[in-house]
Design a protein around this ligand. Structure first.
Ligand code: CDP
Length: 214
């Protein structure tokens, strides 16, 4: 295995932009695994299906085109909610497992961000980060993002979304959101994007040093 960086954490913790910046700095490909679940949720909804139905959701996951994940439709508030509902189904997670592991097996390495990368998808990753921040801070960030997309949603509604999604992600039986024992904890509550990136880069460089000499 190459140098794999597994980045997990709750909604709007900053892990996505951190993954992208690390990818550019280290010349490694990045997979935002949340997009896979978002795309499955959107596909089920567009087909008029039921997000709580495991068979329907797993069929949508099996049909997913992994080369077509760049739609704005996947970045909406509704898509995030739909994603967390289909993500509770073990058959959906199983259908998406191989593609994520194949991505992680790329040489000279890869960066994946999500909820279960360090615990389930690549537990042997040489570098693991668990990125978090208070729910209020995360809601503020997501509010700014959605307002920039002209979504008139209120801060309070987003805070509710985030709390509901945190609970659903952490309480589900299949691959719940939790920090792997060997993941470095990075709390970005008091860090802006640049400071969070610098902190992440220090952790990554230390892991890389250990990995290269092991
Ligand atoms: O960007 P944000 O953090 O709001 O969400 P995301 O990373 O795009 O993930 C959307 C939803 O997909 C999460 O709330 C999880 O329920 C689910 N997900 C997951 O279960 N496992 C992953 N590896 C990634 C996302």
């Amino acid at each position: 295995m190459g140098f794999v960086i597994a980045i997990d954490g709750p909604a709007a913790s900053g892990k996505g932009s951190m993954a992208v910046r690390l990818g550019k700095a280290l010349c490694l490909p990045v997979l935002d695994t949340g997009l896979l679940y978002r795309a499955v949720g959107v596909a089920v909804e567009q087909a008029g299906g039921d997000l709580d139905d495991e068979t329907q959701s797993a069929a949508a996951a099996a049909r997913l085109d992994l080369d077509d994940l760049e739609s704005e439709a996947f970045r909406t508030r509704g898509a995030g909610e739909a994603a967390s509902r289909v993500a509770v189904h073990p058959a959906v997670r199983a259908a998406l497992l191989d593609a994520q592991r194949r991505f992680a097996a790329r040489e000279p390495g890869a960066i994946l961000d999500g909820r279960d990368i360090g615990t389930v998808i690549v537990p042997e990753a040489p570098c693991k980060l668990f990125v978090t921040a208070t729910p209020e801070t995360r809601a503020r960030r997501r509010h700014l993002q959605l307002r920039a997309q002209n979504d008139p949603v209120t801060f309070e509604a987003i805070l509710d979304d985030i709390r509901r999604r945190d609970t659903r992600d952490a309480d589900r039986a299949a691959a719940p959101l939790r920090r792997a024992e060997d993941a470095a904890l990075l709390d970005t509550t008091d860090l802006d994007i640049d400071a969070a990136f610098d902190a992440a880069l220090r952790i990554v460089e230390a892991s890389r040093g250990r990995w290269e000499t092991s």
